[in-house]
Design a protein around this ligand. Structure first.
Ligand SMILES: [Zn+2]
Length: 135
């Protein structure tokens, strides 16, 4: 998996995976990564090999996509978060909701597709860290 961190530029909104603090590749404004906590998201491999990335929404803010079997990390400040993911045209999902606090700084989320009759549901669930792939 990538050791980079997924961040959204506060100036232009560009979503990128960066190794650390630096300048936005798009608008060149400085990117200062939050250091309070990290949300790690892992998409379980799908035997159907669906090529479409999951759309990631962090508190309703789009944070790019998560490819099949991909794992990303999003640095965050302390606070309350809701993670919602979408698949293709389907907006149906089971969200993960949690607080990032000094006692609870590392959040691990697993995402997978639950096939449905009309549309698929993307289920995001919080799991213990040992259920995540190694960094
Ligand atoms: Zn920017």
């Amino acid at each position: 998996m990538s050791k980079n961190l997924r961040i959204k530029c506060p100036s232009c909104g560009n979503v990128a995976d960066v190794p650390g603090n630096g300048n936005c590749a798009k608008c060149n404004n400085p990117l200062v990564l939050p250091e309070d906590g990290v949300i790690q998201m892992y998409r379980m491999g799908n035997p159907l090999g669906m090529a479409v990335g999951f759309g990631i929404y962090l508190n309703d803010i789009p944070m790019g996509h998560l490819a099949n079997s991909e794992s990303i990390r999003v640095p965050v400040s302390y606070g309350h978060y809701k993670v919602h993911m979408t698949h293709g045209m389907s907006r149906k999902g089971v969200d993960a909701e949690f607080d990032v606090t000094p006692q609870d700084r590392f959040i691990y989320l697993k995402a997978h597709i639950r096939p449905g009759f009309w549309s698929n549901t993307v289920v995001v669930e919080r799991v213990p860290g040992d259920q995540m792939p190694p960094l």
